[in-house]
Design a protein around this ligand. Structure first.
Ligand SMILES: Cc1cc2nc3c(=O)[nH]c(=O)nc-3n(C[C@H](O)[C@H](O)[C@H](O)COP(=O)(O)OP(=O)(O)OC[C@H]3O[C@@H](n4cnc5c(N)ncnc54)[C@H](O)[C@@H]3O)c2cc1C
Ligand code: SF4
Length: 561
């Protein structure tokens, strides 16, 4: 029987950080990952233009029909994104859910925007009376943010803003012409336009090479110039000799001993559908928010009839997400006919418009809390404005080229607020191909989030005016799930009756079971989540190491060997 100190389910941001920290501390770790290990040389098809690809980057019609989004294209191996494990939605719920279950999870392809959350986020309830404060203060988590930034390399500047605490930064990505034009317009609107916090290396960092701005980030980086778990975390863990990584291992449930404590994990070997078990003194679930809840809800036993560590009834509840959508798009006539060169650094988020609402007065706007924007634009590979232009032949091509550097758009990042209506549970009937009961989403945007969206559309109109741009319209809110910044389902809090995990991510009910992903975060904010996932996972992992040192992770399973 294989028995480890800790089993970690998931190898993405949360799992990767846990694996590295636990292995470095000398604990024997078995990591389970639902998919295979990618090989960047074969699986990322970089440095090619669409016309170099058989299907112009879109892939075959059959595969295109199955694509989960722009990142799931001919530029990556078909199985880099999950197509096999199904999920369910309740009646009336839309939920779009791109998942990468390859080793490293979504960090292989993420957008890299990496800002700290702030005291104004953790104590938001005290300011505006909605929901509850987080059980930790900014000062407690700040040292972990600093260590994570030093580990992964984040490019930005010191910005001195209440809602965006500053950290340790590499030099920022330089502004382009269009950024300077938007910055001037934003200034007139009283809106900050600043370098994003981005985990993309602007210089060599901790042995990782600097970015060469090929622009392929959301199809994976072949040199490891942005943070991902396989480049930045897992190699260190492997080097300790303390890690056994089991790939294609789809965790089904957490096994318990006669006292109801975690004793191991049952999983399916994806290659042959065989059922397997592995045992440990402690279990960390880091399968990414909703899947973490799914695995725990599916872990029913005599001790835990409604799912492991669910005596509060809060497991799976409090699901939050970011509303994404194009709040405004158009073009900058100032740049018409300017030389076209790849100034886009493609999918890099060079700049952001961090939250400026409700900072001094929490009820200044018609909504509580706040949102941010990411600008997009410049010389992208494909001229998205092609159907705005009439004509054909040489004059059409000339106009396409004249407009090439000019497009601009703004994506809003508006957090939903906790609601009893938004949660995941287990579908009573549907099972996935491995026989695991499917996770089911119940979700709708709340009124506050929709007010943010409407506000953002009006702000964009004014912004286009102030930057001398041509406003052409706005999009609609994307489907929930699309931002991939879901939080909640195992929220942390001091009261076991209302929270699944304590302030260290340890479940209240089962002292040797931990969650190390965004499931423990109380809600979304105007910032992305991954930097916080990393910082909270680091903190939880060091707490686990201390629990081992104190001898409290005793197990009733046989010892190793
Ligand atoms: C295109 C894109 C852009 C993004 N942009 C940003 C951004 O700019 N900023 C930001 O902060 N975040 C961004 N994100 C989100 C970011 O990737 C996630 O926040 C982050 O990866 C979450 O870490 P995680 O460990 O919770 O999940 P993941 O990184 O997804 O890892 C989950 C892990 O769990 C494993 N797993 C799942 N189910 C099972 C199972 N049953 N058994 C075993 N293993 C399992 C998976 O194989 C995977 O290894 C983006 C994501 C994408 C795809
Ligand atoms: S732009 Fe930079 S970080 Fe992105 S894939 Fe290319 S080298 Fe890697």
């Amino acid at each position: 029987m294989d028995t480890y100190d800790v089993i970690v389910i998931g190898t993405g941001a949360g799992g990767g950080m846990a694996i590295k920290t636990l292995c470095e501390a000398g604990l024997k770790v078995c990591a389970l990952n639902a998919g295979r290990q990618l090989d960047p040389a074969k699986d990322f098809r970089h440095h090619r233009l669409p016309y170099d690809m058989k299907f112009r980057g879109f892939d075959s019609p059959e595969r295109r029909a199955q694509s989960v989004g722009y990142m799931d294209s001919e530029y990556v191996a078909p199985d880099a994104w999950e197509h096999e494990i199904a999920y369910a939605t309740a009646e009336g719920t839309r939920w779009t859910w791109p998942r990468s279950n390859a080793v490293g999870g979504k960090t292989n392809f993420w957008g890299r925007s990496a800002a700290r959350m702030a005291e104004i986020d953790f104590k938001a309830a005290s300011r505006d009376g909605f929901d509850v404060d987080w059980p930790i203060s900014y000062d407690e988590i700040a040292p972990y943010y600093t260590r994570v930034e030093e580990m992964i390399g984040v490019a930005s500047t010191i910005q001195n803003r209440t809602s965006n605490p500053d950290g340790r930064y590499l030099p920022p990505i330089s502004f382009r012409c269009l950024d300077h034009i938007i910055e001037a317009g934003a200034k007139k609107s009283g809106i900050p336009y600043l370098p994003d916090r981005i985990a993309q290396l602007t210089k060599e960092h901790q042995g990782h090479p600097p970015c060469h701005y090929c622009g392929n980030c959301t199809e994976g980086c072949d040199v490891g110039a942005f943070f991902s778990s396989p480049y930045f975390l897992l190699p260190t863990a492997h080097a300790t000799g303390n890690l056994e990584l089991r790939t294609n291992a789809v965790a089904r449930e957490i096994l318990v001993d006669s006292d109801g404590r975690a004793k191991g994990v049952a999983y399916i070997d994806r290659t042959n559908r065989a059922e397997r078990e592995v045992y440990a003194k402690a279990v960390v679930v880091a399968a990414s928010c909703a899947t973490t809840a799914q695995i725990m809800l599916n872990s029913k036993s005599r001790h835990w009839p409604s799912g492991i560590a669910n005596s509060s009834g809060q497991l799976g509840r409090n699901l939050c997400d970011h509303l994404y959508g194009t709040s405004g798009y158009g073009y900058l006539p100032q740049l018409l006919g300017q030389p076209s060169f790849p100034d886009n650094v493609s999918t890099a988020t060079v700049a952001w418009l961090p939250r400026w609402q409700n900072l001094d007065n929490p009820k200044q706007e018609k909504f509580i809390r706040g949102y941010s924007f990411y600008p997009g634009g410049g010389c992208d590979v494909f001229p998205s404005y092609y159907d705005d232009i009439e004509g054909f032949g040489a004059s059409y091509r000339a106009e396409i080229k004249r407009r090439y550097p000019t497009p601009v758009s703004f994506t809003v990042q508006a957090p939903s607020q906790r609601s009893d209506q938004n949660f995941v549970d287990i579908d009573p009937i549907k099972k996935d191909v491995f026989g695991n009961p499917q996770v089911r989403f119940h979700f709708a945007w709340d009124e506050n989030t929709m007010k943010m969206w409407e506000h953002s559309v009006q702000v964009c109109k004014e912004l286009f005016h102030n930057m001398g741009g041509v406003y052409q319209g706005h999009g609609e809110p994307e489907s929930p799930g699309w931002s991939l910044h879901e939080t909640g389902t195992c929220r942390m809090g001091n009261d076991p009756q209302h929270f699944v995990t304590n302030r260290f991510g340890q479940t209240h009910d089962v002292p040797n079971l931990y969650a190390c992903d965004a499931s423990v975060l109380l809600n979304c904010t105007d910032k992305t989540t991954t930097l916080s996932v990393l910082a909270f996972s680091l903190r939880t992992s060091e707490y686990i190491v201390n629990q081992f040192k104190a001898g409290s992770q005793t197990s009733t399973v046989p010892s190793r060997g």
